[in-house]
Design a protein around this ligand. Structure first.
Ligand code: HEC
Ligand code: HEC
Length: 364
């Protein structure tokens, strides 16, 4: 008797205590659970020296959003012929650039006009693409999907295709709650995934991590009479100041005016995004047009190859202009030795974070 009473009491407690749980398990179908349960906040593991990442309030990082973004990033469904994914031109094993090519082929077989860019620490940039035409990372996603030279996709077709997939329906609902699959949600999810790709090397800030040649290379990098690179490729977490500048690649910037095409401000003629110097070892060829195959060619360019023309290239960055000799109309040869050049190359080649290329959390 007693026993029965007690166990009945316990049973009652259990029922009351776990009622919501039981309800979920037994009375609500799977889809409704996904609708009512909120996405979980994603824990972004940033290196200690990193500042907090500015994430738009309209698109917080969630586990479900990041997972959806990753699936979309690697899905060729996003292109018109269903053959090209973001990951086709941004391959993880080479820090998310298009492996060893100057220009990438779009779905129609046409080559684009710029070199693919690595995708790490992109959550810290202020504008995206070589010319900064995307003002948010969400907006950035729109460009390759719709560009004729890239994925050439009709957005209505894409949304239909996504709606035809039960798996995507579930994933969108888990990430963004009940409602239609929209392009807005698509760009948000992909942006979330990209914000989680972090590259970090302690070397620029902790010289004890450098070997002898890299240490000398660092000194050349910051020596204003030699490399003088650090004004733009700022020493620190990111190895860029995330600004746009004209480094004198062309005498005349008319073929690709860079930032000018976006702002129409003459001062922006020939300005391009200052690239981060991390994992450069993997991302050749270099520059917005992939003109240099090796770091040696890059160094020689900064030594004797950059251009200044008073009319057509007036806005050569002051940090390079000061190394230009107006009387000879040529760069002033720097005082760096052959050893200095080798050391600076070793320093840059040492700024690596292999985990970008290998970490499973970014993999297909
Ligand atoms: C056909 C090759 C190709 C495809 C496909 C492609 N990209 Fe790109 N991506 C590029 C090229 C080339 C650039 C540089 C373009 C420019 O600056 O005009 C670039 C630039 C970027 C950048 C700018 C990085 C920065 O630091 O500013 C991001 C982010 C990016 N792509 C993400 C994506 C995403 C997301 C997708 C899929 C929706 C995608 N890409 C599809 C070739 C491609
Ligand atoms: C005035 C600013 C400035 C200075 C100084 C400068 N750079 Fe650059 N660097 C840039 C810009 C801007 C680009 C991209 C230019 C483009 O592609 O149009 C670039 C590109 C590069 C690239 C190619 C990276 C890639 O992903 O394609 C390397 C490597 C590089 N610089 C190294 C150096 C070194 C080494 C020095 C010093 C000897 C140096 N830079 C000095 C602004 C600068």
């Amino acid at each position: 008797m007693n026993r029965l009473k007690v166990s009945g009491f316990i049973y009652g407690l259990l029922l009351v205590g776990f009622l919501p749980g039981c309800k979920k398990d037994f009375f609500v179908n799977e889809n409704t659970i996904a609708i009512t349960s909120k996405p979980t906040a994603y824990k972004l593991n940033l290196p200690k020296s990193f500042p907090p990442m500015k994430i738009p309030a309209s698109n917080p990082l969630t586990n479900e959003g990041v997972a959806l973004g990753k699936k979309l990033f690697y899905d060729p469904l996003l292109s018109s012929n269903n053959k090209q994914a973001c990951g086709s031109c941004h391959q993880q094993n080479v820090s998310f650039v298009d492996s060893a090519v100057k220009f990438s082929k779009g779905v129609t077989g046409v080559l684009g006009g710029r070199n693919s860019m690595p995708i790490y620490n992109v959550g810290y940039a202020k504008a995206w693409f070589w010319d900064g035409r995307a003002k948010t990372l969400e907006e950035q996603v729109f460009h390759p999907i719709t560009s004729q030279n890239e994925m050439n996709q009709d957005l209505e077709v894409l949304i239909d295709e996504l709606n035809n997939s039960d798996e995507y329906k579930k994933m969108y609902t888990a990430a963004f709650g009940q409602g239609e699959i929209t392009f807005d949600k698509t760009t948000k999810a992909i942006a979330q995934f990209m914000r989680t790709i972090i590259a970090y090397t302690p070397k620029p800030l902790d010289t004890s991590k450098l070997n002898a040649s890299e240490k000398r290379g660092l000194l050349v990098f910051i020596d204003e009479k030699k490399g003088d690179c650090f004004h733009c490729h700022e020493l620190g977490n990111f190895m860029t100041n995330y600004k746009f500048s004209n480094n004198g690649l062309n005498l005349n910037s008319i073929n690709d005016p860079g930032l000018y095409a976006v702002t129409r401000n003459p001062e922006d003629l020939g300005k391009f995004k200052v690239p981060a110097l991390i994992n450069i070892k993997y991302t050749a060829p270099y520059m917005h047009d992939g003109r240099f195959k090796t770091l040696r060619e890059v160094i020689d360019f900064y030594d004797t190859g950059f251009h200044f023309h008073p009319q057509t290239n007036y806005y050569l960055d002051p940090n390079l202009k000061k190394h230009f000799d107006n009387s000879t109309n040529k760069p002033t040869p720097r005082t760096w030795t052959e050893q200095d050049k080798q050391d600076i190359i070793n320093f840059i080649n040492g700024l690596v974070d292999e985990s970008v290329n290998t970490n499973q959390i970014y993999s297909k």
